[in-house]
Design a binder for this molecule. Structure first.
Ligand SMILES: [Zn+2]
Length: 124
């Protein structure tokens, strides 16, 4: 679908938050038969946008990718580049260790108060 220019937007390999498990796509069905026809209307994702933003996540509707929800701070290719370097030099496990240490830092918690509170509420 990416090559055909249809559906949601896509990033080059290694420069998508999906590569690091930091993003998910919640695609609505446009057909009563699940999995047959994705719904690409932005209005179908209004609640997803509201709830993900309320939780402190980044909703892709901000940049024309309504089904997309992701972790904050790693949206642009420039922001994702250090993670790509880390996975190339080490492993995805080290990327996750880096992100885990980062989210527990006072600086991250101050910059992401809604998500920090939500993670704490969920026991993380
Ligand atoms: Zn996505």
């Amino acid at each position: 679908m990416y090559l055909a220019g249809k559906g949601g937007k896509a990033s080059p390999a290694g420069l998508s938050a999906h590569n690091y498990g930091l993003a998910f796509d919640f695609v609505c069905d446009a057909s009563p038969r699940p999995g047959v026809q994705p719904d690409w209307r932005e209005s179908a994702y209004r609640v997803l946008g509201e709830e993900s933003t309320k939780a402190g996540l980044v909703w892709g509707g901000r940049f024309g990718d309504s089904p997309h929800v992701q972790w904050p701070g790693y949206v642009s290719a420039l922001q994702l580049k250090p993670l790509r370097v880390l996975v190339q030099q080490s492993s995805l496990a080290d990327v996750w260790a880096h992100l885990d240490a980062e989210r527990l830092s006072p600086k991250w918690r101050a910059a992401n108060p809604k998500l920090a509170a939500e993670l704490e509420r969920l026991g993380f």
